[in-house]
Design a protein around this ligand. Sequence first.
Ligand SMILES: [Zn+2]
Length: 275
Amino acid sequence: MNNLEHINCPICEGDETELLFNKHSLSVVACKQCRLRYVNPRVSRHTLEENYVETYYPPEKVKRIHTDTMEWLQMAERLAELEAQLPSKGHLLDVGCGIGTFLHLAQENGWQPYGIDPSRSGIAFAQEIHQLDVRCGDIFDANFPTAHFDAITAYHVLEHISELNPFLAEIRRILKPPGDEKKAGKLVIEVPNGGSLQSRLQKADWPYVHPQDHLYYFSARSLPKLLRKHGFHHITLGRPRRVSPKIGLRFALRQAATAMLVRFHLGTVIRVYAS
Ligand SMILES: [Zn+2]
């Protein structure tokens, strides 16, 4: 494969790894020092961005997402948990806001929403349909003011970010600083759980293993470690809940099973709140 780059572990900077498995001609390794699982070597940043930007929200997909009940239920679930963590509403930035469903709900609930996403079609939809203040690009292009946001959310974004440490340093800069606990800004990160039961059982066959653009497979241990490196010291794990348009006994049982897995950090995703 062309355009591959070798990286040191983005958490501890170590370069001793063990091979976990190969998929699509790429290797997923574990850092011997801190156990972060990541793709190494990986597709270089330039190639990655070219591939990502206009394939994630092709125009015909945008309408389908917008009318999908699951999309709305999922975004409402995310917002409800954020509001339980942070009762006062203020400036909210959603990194990777896609077509803007989450920000639209947040705005209805009294937040002042901002969004950023590399997808032109996603951003155009969020502007036209939801009239949101959103920009196309990455977080560095936006150049937001220092200590500005009360909350920054990044759902299923971090595993795509090649410049992981500069990205988190920029988030830390634009989020209100810790100190006065009532005013401290809150960062919410959700990623596929590389330590989930499903990933342990399925290894390379786990559907989230997509080494071209899912560059890291964080766990409930490695993600807090990375955040502490960037000055986040108050870190708690969220309890993402399963949602469904159909409720009944079958759903209740599946929801209970999900809740049990999440409790032991074995759920499909991990969500952390950090300040
Ligand atoms: Zn490491």
